[in-house]
Design a protein around this ligand. Structure first.
Ligand code: PLP
Length: 387
């Protein structure tokens, strides 16, 4: 199928929900993507954060192929070897002792985390943050801040409130006797690439402890090496009550996980569930991915490449750029004008990147990207933003 035919067919039959770019991607390898005619693009979208290991990582491909031929479906009413092994290995990699609920996406993991918070605390209120993003299903959307995502779907779930991100005093004022949980991203991703100010997560932890509320960390985007540690919370040493994971957990396949601190014990049987949760094919993929993150020290690659990239971008001293910020390989360029035209110009020149709000150009490359490709990215950003 030609790019033209692919685009025409999608335009006729897809929902219409996604403002799509005029490009048809048919193949990927590492940090490079190819269109139907074989044109190469350097990928700084990284599957919107799902492709931390790059595209079709050989270890994950092999695990998926072997498990697909053995067993693809096994709901959690049964035990399963691949799931048992994955739970053991993920638990060992987490920065705190935990029980784990497996599901199928970021929003679904958030939904579960919110339900568990109400269940464990016996309270109702959830405090989230302005510019926070947690997904688009009704519960997750209630925690998401962006008014244009929320307003068409009101009324949402009651008892959600939003405080400014990064200010412990606002948080201390909002959290009270009725607060079930505080829900935070260690770095706000969609909300503009905003790392938590120094001491913020520590303050949130202390406020939650003082008021008997749970601390939920949404690491859907920051997890699995993206910020330079396996989990973003490890930069601060803050341990959440509930850690929410998805995106890169299975190196590009749809999966989510909710890790509940072991001090809360097991959840009551039957309180929640999902058909595909703990699916053995996904567990095999996630297991191969986790081993690769650890064995290849992928978080260190994110630290080193991220520091290099930020330094290069700052050194360009581009008048169109207000600020370059980020953590690891989650990097944002705050522009003086809208990011969209620059994203289009970059695509024309063979670099795919993302927005994060109207004026932030976000770079989310696979953590395995080569320095050669990063050099090209810097050169093309310079070319496009100098105009
Ligand atoms: C992408 C994202 C989600 C939602 O995940 P989906 O798999 O798209 O539902 C939730 N939280 C954060 C921080 C995200 O970046």
């Amino acid at each position: 199928m030609s790019s033209e035919a692919i685009i025409a067919a999608e335009q006729q039959f897809t929902s219409g929900l996604y403002p799509k770019r005029q490009v048809a991607i048919v193949r990927g390898e590492g940090a490079r993507l190819y269109n139907a005619e074989g044109r190469m693009f350097i990928d700084c979208v990284g599957g919107q954060g799902a492709a931390n290991l790059g595209h079709s990582h050989p270890a994950v491909v092999a695990a998926v192929q072997a498990q697909a031929a053995r067993l693809m479906s096994c709901p959690e009413i049964f035990h399963n070897d691949e799931r048992a092994a994955y739970l053991q290995e993920l638990a060992a990699a987490l920065p705190f002792p935990a029980r784990i609920f497996l599901c199928n996406s970021g929003a679904e993991a958030i939904e579960a985390g919110l339900k568990f918070a109400r269940l464990l605390s016996g309270r109702k209120q959830i405090i989230a943050t302005k510019r926070g993003f947690h997904g688009r299903t009704m519960g997750a959307l209630s925690a998401t801040w962006e008014p244009k995502y929320r307003e068409p779907f009101l009324p949402l779930v009651p008892e959600f409130a939003h405080v400014p991100y990064g200010d412990p005093e606002d948080l201390a004022e909002a959290v009270g006797e009725g607060t079930a949980a505080v829900l935070l991203e260690p770095v706000q991703g969609e909300g503009g690439v905003r790392p938590a100010p120094a001491g913020y997560l520590e303050s949130a932890r202390r406020i939650c402890d003082e008021r008997g509320a749970l601390l939920l960390l949404d690491e859907v985007q920051t997890g699995f090496g993206r910020t330079g540690r396996l989990f973003g919370c490890e930069h601060s040493g803050v341990t959440p009550d509930i850690l929410i994971l998805a995106k890169s957990i299975a190196a590009g396949l749809p999966m989510g996980a909710v890790a509940i601190h072991a001090r809360h014990g097991a959840l009551p049987g039957g309180a929640h569930g999902t058909t595909f949760g703990g699916n053995p094919l996904l567990c095999a993929a996630a297991r191969a991915a986790l081993r690769t993150y650890i064995q290849d020290d992928i978080p260190r690659q994110a630290t080193e490449k991220g520091a290099w990239l930020v330094e290069q971008l700052r050194a360009l001293n581009l008048p169109a750029v207000r600020e370059v910020r980020g953590l690891g390989l989650l990097i944002g360029l705050e522009l003086k004008t809208r990011a969209q035209p620059y994203l289009s110009a970059l695509m024309e020149r063979g670099v795919l990147a993302l927005p994060a709000g109207p004026t932030v150009l976000r770079l989310l490359p696979p953590l395995v990207i080569s320095y050669e490709d990063l050099e090209t990215v810097v050169r093309e950003i310079k070319a496009v933003l100098s105009v």
